[in-house]
Structure formats: C-alpha cells, structure tokens
Design a protein around this ligand. Structure first.
Ligand code: 13P
Ligand code: SF4
Length: 309
C-alpha cells in the first residue's frame, strides 16, 4: 500500500498525462475531495460533466451520477473508481414502475430526481436535483406531477411549487437522511441556541420544517459561506462538513447525526482512484437506446439552470 502523498503525486501525474478530470461529490472522503478538480452537488457535477473538455472523467460519486456524466458525454470515457457505489434510493424505482404509473395517470408529467436509474430516466419527462426540484416541477406542462423516487423531496417540491404531486413509489427514501430526527435537532438547539439549522430536503418533512435553511449540499455550502451565523447544525451526510470546515475556519459545524454516513459514497479511495486512472477502469457504459432516451429529460433540466443556482 502506497503512502497518501505518494498516491496523490501519482494521481496528479496520471491525470495530466491522460487529460483526465476528477469530479467529486460533496459526500466524498476528505482526501478524495482534496484531490478532485471539482467538488459539488449533483447539479453542479452534471453541469461540469456537460462542459468539460477533458478526455477522461473520473467520477467519485454514486453510479447514477457517473451515468449522467456518461449520458452527457457519449464520446468521452467516464470512469468510476469503485463500480459498487450504488444509491439504494435510486433502486427503489425500477423502470417498469415508471411505465406503470405513466399508464395509470396518462395526463400527468413525470419528474424524476437525478437519484434514479438511467432506465427509469428514459421514461420520464424531466430530471431534477435537490437544488431545483420545485422549479422543474413548475416548468413541466401539467398540474399533476408524478415525482420519484424520494417521497420527502416530493413533499418539499409540493410545498414550494403549489402543484399536486404524486410520489412514485409512495414511500421512496434515502436511508441516510432517514436517520435525522426532529427531536435530535431540538436537543442540539438547546445546546447551541444561536446555531443556524441547515437541512437537506431528503430529510423527513418534520426535520426540514424546523430548519432555518433547506437546500442541496452545495446550496447549504453557499449559505454557510454567506451567513452571519457562526454555528451551524447540519442535517445531511457528514462528508459535507469537510468542505464547510475547510472554507469557514472560524465557524462551528455540528452534525445533526454523527453517523449519517453514505457507505456507497465512501467506497472511493485514493488507491482506487489511482488504479482507475492507471488501468482505465471501471468504464461506465449504458445501452445506446437508454442513454439517448435519458438524455432528453436531463437536458431539459440543464437548460433551466440559470434560474436554479
Ligand atoms: P445533492 O444534489 O444535494 O448533492 O444531493 C445528492 C444526494 O445524493 C443527497 O443524498
Ligand atoms: Fe443515495 Fe442517500 Fe447516499 Fe445520497 S446519501 S447517494 S440519496 S443513499
């Protein structure tokens, strides 16, 4: 096993030689974030993947994120350091279920959270992220919208958009964001009364209802950089705390639940990134028909980005 600084040096060398770019989600391990060219939320990573002129994209995130990069870049090589990095939430909505709901509600448009399978995206009208769910729901042309797979984000989009939203499936959830509770946050607020509470919309509604700020991981980041508060209770995966602490050194960031860890996100390590670049594995490839069909609803979202950030 190589030492960390040796690995970082080798990754940097290979990255330059192969004209590769490393994209990392806000939940990645600190050392992975530090070696990346860009760290961000799902929306920012999609935008980055759509705009890069690198030959190889190394995607440190869960596989639906790398798949989105591959869909947007059919002529580039998209690699994921550990191919087992799956999102359990995405697996809660198989493509067949989307088609079934389409038949059940023929007049309703379907908006899928980017945390969904490429096969499912291929049957929807628009994709959204946690940074723009309500805006995308408002942009599709129907008053009733089928939204999945995260039921909490569906509720959040309903409160913000005013449209009637039917969650598909009824109880899709992120196992990590289910760990946060209103009671834990109230207890922490007693210890840190002047702290600002920030929550991800994948949390249960009673959690985001008592939060001072609700948003995607990067929106929380921007809020923490701009806010007058100097203490923050953070209800999302604890990986985001690395970036927050690094970039606002004087502030105190308190995890709303210390064990909120997405094990799938943590599968990528420096060692695996090095091997990924060296051996050009694991390539993310999708059947052409699915990639073509899924591209349209993703592009629908990317075209509205100016209003979402
Ligand atoms: P963001 O788009 O806010 O980064 O969230 C992605 C995610 O997987 C949340 O669990
Ligand atoms: Fe999926 Fe939840 Fe992990 Fe995000 S935190 S990647 S939604 S399991």
């Amino acid at each position: 096993m190589s030492g960390q600084s040796d690995l970082v040096e080798r990754i940097m060398r290979l990255k330059g030689e192969k004209k590769a770019v490393i994209l990392a989600h806000n939940y990645q391990r600190p050392e992975v974030q530090d070696v990346a060219d860009f760290v961000g939320d799902s929306l920012e990573l999609s935008l980055c993947a759509a705009q890069t002129d690198a030959k190889i994209i190394v995607f440190c995130g869960v596989n639906f994120m790398a798949e989105t990069a591959a869909i947007l870049n059919p002529d580039k090589m998209v690699l994921i350091p550990d191919a087992n990095a799956l999102c359990p939430l995405a697996s809660m909505l198989p493509a067949d279920l989307v088609r079934l709901y389409r038949r059940k509600y023929p007049g309703a448009k379907i908006v899928l959270y980017i945390n969904s399978l490429a096969e499912a995206k291929a049957y929807c009208d628009a994709v959204c992220t946690s940074a723009n769910a309500a805006e995308i729901v408002n942009r599709v042309d129907s008053e009733t919208v089928l939204f999945g797979p995260d039921a909490n984000l569906a509720s959040y989009a309903q409160t913000k958009s005013g449209k009637k939203i039917i969650p598909i499936p009824q109880y899709g959830f992120c196992p990590v964001h289910k760990l946060f509770s209103k009671d834990d946050i109230i207890r922490l607020k007693k210890v840190y009364p002047d702290a600002e509470v920030m929550a991800h919309p994948e949390c249960n509604p009673d959690v985001w209802e008592i939060a001072d700020f609700v948003g995607s991981t990067s929106r929380m980041y921007r809020e923490a950089m701009a806010s007058k508060a100097s203490k923050f209770i953070v209800a999302t995966e604890v990986g985001l705390l690395h970036r927050l602490r690094k970039d606002r050194r004087g502030a105190v960031f308190i995890p709303a639940y210390e064990e909120a860890i997405c094990v799938n996100m943590r599968l990528h390590t420096l060692e695996k990134i090095y091997l990924c670049l060296r051996d050009e594995k694991y390539e993310v490839k999708l059947p052409e028909k699915i990639a073509l069909r899924a591209r349209e609803p993703i592009e629908f979202m990317l075209k509205t980005r100016e209003t979402q950030r």
